[in-house]
Write a protein that binds this ligand. Structure first.
Ligand code: SF4
Length: 408
């Protein structure tokens, strides 16, 4: 079966959030949000830099008080990525954030309700050419819509809320719009986005709100966001996790890379699931490697494998990998044995080789070592382990015997 390089995407209009295009065929962008007080501009800027390093293209900061708007005025000129101001309840904060120079606003139609206030903000954003995200949230739906839809949050009610807001914006000739219809229920948000995609061509910002801490929060967010992306819906995404914000940015980036929707930027770490053959604690070494590579911009696939018996073969497509055997790490490049290091130095060796390959290429990396010798050493450990463990280290034969005995 022919596999398409990426999913066909729904055509949308494009808006510019600072210098980041959203929609209209632009690469899907990753967003995250700071958790510092925006008024503390130094701490907030530090977090914005951390988020940008972790893969965020756009960062949102709350603008909930006048000190926050003043903080934004200091933050925006020094930020490495465009800044979105998050506005709830007070439309005056939206005007203050625009004055501070933010690149986008997020308005929640459920809690800025007076049409004249909405129009005032939209007119100001129009004059400044600043886009607005209409951020409908299942948990804070406009009370009238809640009533109208039977006292329940439904996909229809959420879509109607977004369309009402677009209507207010249209009255002042404003259409630099992105929309989100988030909910904490995955099926609800999926259906709301599907319905919204049917009735508008504005770019969509995807997310599962209040997804909670990882791993459940990651699973919920991925279930919702990935389902829609695979249907071609979505132009920018945010994981809302109860975790360090950098986790959100990393997760968003990794999701897009794993779907082939963004070019790989960081290491794609793969690891075997471990089994009776494992010569090391695969989980611990993989975690150690994850943190060693965390913020390094090296677009390689790197494998951590539990044994030299099967590891190099199972991970032969990785750019670089290491497999354990008899207290040693056997390093391989594209399936070719390259070096042998002490078990304690496995992660260190991976980082050194990854850096070198990234800078000079795999051929140059291999040219500096004796690959024949590395292959002989790997074969020696492989044969030694096979001699010790036999070819059934996972006791599969005994299980098969038992299955046959019980079913025979
Ligand atoms: S056979 Fe080796 S590489 Fe494969 S899962 Fe088991 S330990 Fe990992």
């Amino acid at each position: 079966m022919e596999v398409a390089a990426a999913f066909e995407r729904r055509p949308t209009r494009q808006v510019l959030v600072g210098d980041v295009p959203v929609g209209g065929g632009a690469p899907i962008s990753v967003q995250s949000m700071t958790v510092t007080r925006t008024a503390d501009h130094e701490a907030t800027l530090q977090q914005i830099y951390d988020l940008a390093m972790a893969g965020a293209d756009i960062v949102r900061c709350t603008c909930n008080e006048i000190e926050a708007a003043e903080g934004l005025a200091r933050i925006v000129p020094r930020s490495p990525v465009p800044i979105v101001a998050d506005i709830h309840h007070q439309y005056r904060m939206a005007l203050a954030a625009l004055e501070a120079g933010v690149h986008c606003l997020r308005l929640n139609p459920g809690n800025i309700r007076r049409p004249e206030h909405i129009r005032t903000v939209a007119a100001e954003a129009r004059d400044r050419g600043v886009p607005i995200r209409i951020g409908v949230n299942g948990g804070s739906l406009h009370p009238d819509l809640y009533e109208k839809h039977g006292g329940r949050v439904t996909p229809e009610a959420m879509v109607e809320s977004a369309l009402d807001e677009i209507g207010y914006f249209a009255e002042v000739g404003f259409d630099l719009i992105k929309i989100s219809v988030k909910a904490s229920s995955v099926p609800l948000m999926i259906e709301a986005y599907r319905q919204l995609a049917e009735v508008t061509d504005h770019p969509l910002h995807l997310g599962v709100t209040e997804a909670g801490p990882p791993p459940a929060g990651l699973v919920k967010s991925t279930a919702g966001i990935a389902t829609l992306l695979a249907e071609g819906i979505g132009d920018t995404i945010r994981y809302s996790l109860t975790a360090e914000p950098v986790e959100e940015a990393r997760a968003g980036r990794q999701l897009l890379e794993s779907l082939g929707l963004r070019e790989r930027k960081n290491v794609d770490l793969i690891a075997c699931p471990s089994c009776g053959r494992a010569e090391i604690d695969v989980v611990a070494v993989a975690e150690e490697a994850m943190s060693a590579f965390a913020d390094r911009e090296i677009p390689l696939q790197v494998a951590v494998m539990g044994c030299v018996v099967n590891g190099p073969g199972e991970a032969r497509d990785a750019d670089l990998g290491i497999a354990a055997g008899r207290r040693r790490g056997h390093l391989f490049v594209k399936g070719q044995n390259a070096a042998v290091v002490a078990e304690e130095e496995m992660v260190e060796a991976l980082v050194e080789w990854a850096d070198f390959i990234h800078e000079h290429g795999a051929e140059a990396a291999l040219a500096r070592v004796d690959t024949d010798r590395a292959a002989r050493e790997a074969e020696r450990d492989r044969e030694g382990l096979l001699a010790e463990q036999g070819d059934d280290a996972n006791d599969a034969g005994a299980r098969i015997e038992e299955i046959r005995r019980r079913t025979g």
